[in-house]
Design a protein around this ligand. Structure first.
Ligand code: ADP
Ligand code: MG
Length: 272
């Protein structure tokens, strides 16, 4: 672990503190702490000395051009990719670089990939049933009776993700947006402390995007959310602290207004 002073030194250009701006979490109350993280693929640096501190209970959005390293950052946090160098901590002292994907998921770090990965032939409700019961074979799981508290929780989550009326329909017949919500539901039902959402509104209609905004805002606070997204209107509506990635490093961080007016961000990503 490096000293707090060094974190300041390596942190990206940070916004003037506005009274209404989300504040930068200190290392002490961080739930995710990345410092100096580098990942190379055949000599190419997908992450280049990346530092990122996310506070417990924080909602954070990550933006940046294609190839900036956003998905690789999630791969590193979830143990799918091991960094060449750098620190990746959960809480103040759990070194995620030493754990495999299953151990990291069991710590309470859940991830939604860019493409929905629900079981198309099972109903919305059955998908949640699988998620709540944990990893066993699909058929064994579906033949095990649900406890009443699990049943209640499934109903609660179906309501939250707007799928109560479609609970008995197979996931394959749901719209793209509804599949994304179902997958978020599968993370919620596992009571993960941190949810990493990779481009959750990609391919959604405007209406679905607005509903996803409401869903995420409703989830914020009781858990930590890290949301990677390109849709700037969506990012603005979330109103959270934004980190901009470019060529594997954080180049700016602060409120949406701050990063949208940041010369380097305009130059490499948002344009004029
Ligand atoms: P983003 O999600 O910001 O679009 P990625 O993290 O997917 O960016 O990719 C960052 C860079 O790393 C890209 O240039 C991509 O081609 C490269 N990359 C990602 N994963 C791999 C891999 N497994 N092997 C080789 N190159 C990769
Ligand atoms: Mg990506």
């Amino acid at each position: 672990m490096i000293a707090a002073g060094l974190v300041q030194a390596s942190a990206p250009d940070v916004a003037e503190v506005r009274s209404d701006a989300p504040s930068n979490p200190s290392v002490a109350d961080s739930i995710l702490y990345l410092d100096g993280v580098t990942v190379t693929f055949d000599g190419f640096r997908a992450l280049n000395n990346l530092s990122l501190v996310v506070g417990r209970g924080e909602l954070r959005t990550i933006i940046g051009p294609n190839g900036a390293g956003k998905t690789t950052m999630m791969d590193v946090i979830t143990g799918k990719t091991k960094p060449d160098s750098g620190e990746v901590l959960f809480g103040s002292d759990i070194d995620l670089t030493q754990l495999d994907e299953t151990a990291i998921a069991n710590l309470g770090i859940g991830r939604k990939f860019q493409k929905p990965t629900v079981f198309e032939k099972l109903t919305a409700s059955e998908n949640l049933e699988l998620a709540i019961k944990g990893k066993r074979s699909v058929w064994r799981t579906l033949f095990t009776a649900l406890r009443s508290d699990q049943r209640d929780r499934i109903t609660e989550v179906l309501d939250l993700i707007g799928l109560a009326a479609r609970r008995k329909e197979v996931a394959g017949s749901l719209s793209h947006g509804q599949k994304q919500w179902l997958e978020i539901g599968m993370l919620l039902i596992q009571d993960q402390q941190i949810l990493l959402l990779d481009e959750p509104v990609a391919g959604m209609t405007d209406r679905e995007t607005r509903q996803t905004t409401d869903l995420i805002l409703g989830l914020a606070g009781s858990r930590t959310l890290v949301v990677v997204e390109h849709d700037m209107e969506f990012v603005r509506n979330l109103g959270a602290r934004v980190t901009v990635l470019h060529e594997g490093a954080a180049i700016a961080e602060g409120s949406v207004d701050h990063v949208q007016n940041h010369p380097r961000v305009i130059e490499v990503y948002l344009g004029r």
